[in-house]
Design a protein around this ligand. Structure first.
Ligand SMILES: Cc1ncc(COP(=O)(O)O)c(C=O)c1O
Length: 607
């Protein structure tokens, strides 16, 4: 199961043939030829069982047109603050006054009860967002809107193909909007679609675009080139051999020049008028691209749902973690599996260190953005969610093994108590180790090596480092458990400057050789408590005992039911009594091993 580098955090839903078709059609002058946009609209009407559909140059233009032709200028639009600022801007450009309703932490979607509370005589529309492919409580919201006689618009930009009780999202209200943007699960590099049952709205939207020119081919080509670069950079071979390592280095060392290429920093400024260039017609060549993807939509969703089940089952019971519910009835198509945790950067850092690739969600709580200060409303759930979402990859080409590896990395992070080790921490661990365990094989190699050892161990996904801090925040006790103790010496040879230290200090090498672990007979392939110590000032306060208890809780969470510890079998060694008194049972005696070690084993029974 060893993997040198992970699959990328996302991949586009494009295929090589999409680029070939685009190039061919542009070169042959066929980009604007054909009635494919109308064909696509008919196909969407058939699939979603609606009478009207209109292709859009971008999803946001659909939102703009839907709001503009639904409300009277100056009316309120109740909406979710947890979305891109462009959506709020479209409402403002369309003459609406955004009113932010809070969201549900788990689904990250707008709360029906908040909508109900906020609707008043000035409300012109309610607009919901089905985020991350998770449908909001749409049946209830539709009922509320009907009973209050308020039009309902659905932003289903991220949820193409999701269905609630068999009915497509986007078709519950007066209008639904989809996006075919570059990162969406159906992509035309750029574009979108409005669906509606309202004939008046349909004609208004149609008329608004019919008078406009086609989107220029160069706009679509520029997007396609960007997509192609993204596809090349995230192609597994290139990504795993170079790109990942570069971005990982940039991320872990906070190098902005590298990070800016993966950071999504959306424009959050306020817009008052729709840019004239937005009103364009969707190109037939783009419609053909969407048509080719439609047969794959449901199968792709099924794969994402399957991966989301794995994430859900493994992560939903972890304390302090918020994940969406698991649904396989089609109402959740999970365009990513959003996990919430605070502090999320500690988790992403740990995942990166463990050679995984995942990223934080870039969406903000628009209700607290300075640009929407006039519309400010306290939305505590949106505020917390915006600070905590991490997008776990689940795209169809990701592979189940990659999901399983992510889960293992996340569980190790949580098992380790979600600890983040700074350089100061690493130095402190080395210093404490040298003073507390002067005879150990790490200490005999010197302080410099001890630091290299802890840099490796605190980064490693196969060791758990548990610590205690004193009142000043300094590490006062530490315990390290190796989940794979058999491979640790080999890993240290390759991952730390062990050989160099031995060559540079032959005498230390000799001392180190003397400390080597027991012979093969001692091997059990069981996790092993390899280090435990307390700072001199904190000794005698039961620190080691509590660390062991915490370690055991973590091991249980990892599904481990036994571990062992080796200790020097000298009767004067106080640790023998320590382990005996804490329920460790002798497994191999010194005479059996023919060495001076005693091996203790500890069974972890639930409870
Ligand atoms: C929730 C949501 N709404 C609307 C949009 C706008 O779609 P487009 O980029 O096609 O204008 C997006 C795009 O990212 C989105 O994520």
């Amino acid at each position: 199961m060893f993997e040198l580098a992970p699959m990328p955090r996302f991949r586009l839903y494009t295929r090589a043939s999409d680029y070939a078709h685009l190039l061919r059609d542009v070169l042959l002058g066929r980009a604007t030829r054909g009635d494919d946009a109308a064909r696509l609209e008919r196909e969407i009407c058939r699939r979603f069982d609606v009478p009207y559909a209109v292709c859009m140059p971008q999803g946001r233009v659909g939102i703009y047109l839907a709001i503009k032709h639904t409300i009277k200028p100056g009316q309120k639009v109740v909406l979710s603050p947890y979305t891109i600022a462009d959506v709020i801007n479209m409402v403002i450009c369309a003459g609406g006054r955004p009113v932010f309703a809070d969201i549900d932490r788990q689904s990250t979607n707008i709360l029906a009860e908040d909508i109900e509370r906020l609707i008043d005589g000035e409300t012109g529309a309610v607009m919901v967002t089905h985020l991350h492919g998770l449908s909001c409580d749409i049946e209830r919201i539709a009922t509320i809107c009907r009973s209050r006689n308020v039009p309902l618009i659905e932003d289903a930009a991220q949820s193409f193909g999701a269905r609630v009780n068999g009915k497509a999202v986007g078709t519950f209200g007066d209008a639904g909007v989809f996006s075919f943007g570059m990162y969406k699960n159906v992509t035309a590099f750029y574009g979108g679609m409005i669906v509606t049952r309202d004939e008046r709205l349909y004609h208004a939207v149609r008329a608004a675009l019919d008078a406009t020119p086609y989107m220029s081919c160069s706009t679509v080509i520029a997007k396609a080139v960007k997509a192609l670069v993204t596809d090349v950079v995230t192609s597994p071979l290139l990504f795993k051999t170079c790109v990942y390592w570069l971005f990982r280095f940039g991320y872990l060392h906070e190098i902005r020049a590298i990070n800016k290429h993966v950071m999504v920093e959306l424009d959050t400024s306020r817009t008052h008028a729709l840019p004239a260039s937005y009103l364009r017609r969707f190109l037939p060549v783009q419609a053909r691209m969407v048509m080719r993807q439609l047969p794959r939509v449901d199968a792709n969703a099924a794969v994402r749902i399957g991966y989301s089940r794995l994430y859900y089952e493994a992560l939903s019971s972890i304390p302090d973690v918020v994940v969406p519910a698991f649904r396989d009835d089609g109402s959740y198509v999970y365009n990513y599996f959003p996990l919430q945790y605070h502090p999320r950067t500690a988790l992403v850092r740990s995942a990166m260190r463990q050679r995984r690739d995942m990223a934080v969600q870039h969406l903000k709580n628009c209700a607290s953005l300075p640009s929407f200060a006039p519309e400010y409303r306290d939305c505590p759930n949106a505020e917390a969610t915006a600070a905590q979402v991490i997008l776990l990859p689940n795209y169809p080409r990701y592979g189940e093994r990659s999901v399983v590896r992510n889960i293992a990395a996340l569980r190790r992070f949580f098992a380790g108590g979600g600890e983040h080790f700074s350089d100061d921490d690493v130095n402190r661990l080395a210093e404490l180790h040298m003073t507390s365990l002067p005879d150990s094989n790490v200490s005999v190699l010197g302080a410099e090596y001890a630091r290299a050892f802890y840099r490796y161990v605190t980064d490693s996904s196969r060791e758990l480092t548990m610590i205690d801090r004193d009142a000043a925040g300094r590490i006062s006790a530490a315990a390290v458990i190796s989940l794979e103790p058999d491979s640790l010496p080999r890993r240290l040879v390759f991952r730390t400057p062990l050989l160099w230290h031995m060559v540079a200090h032959p005498r230390r090498m000799f001392a180190w050789a003397l400390t080597l672990r027991g012979p093969a007979a001692a091997r059990s392939h069981m996790p092993e408590l390899i280090l435990i110590y307390t700072s001199p000032e904190e000794r005698g306060r039961g620190r080691a005992t509590t660390l062991i208890q915490r370690a055991e809780t973590h091991l249980r969470r990892l599904g481990i039911d036994a571990y062992e510890v080796k200790t020097v079998a000298d009767p004067s060694n106080p640790t023998l009594a320590f382990y005996r008194s804490r329920g460790f049972t002798p497994r191999k005696t010194a005479s059996e091993l023919g060495r001076r070690f005693q091996v203790f084993e500890r069974q972890l029974h639930e409870g």
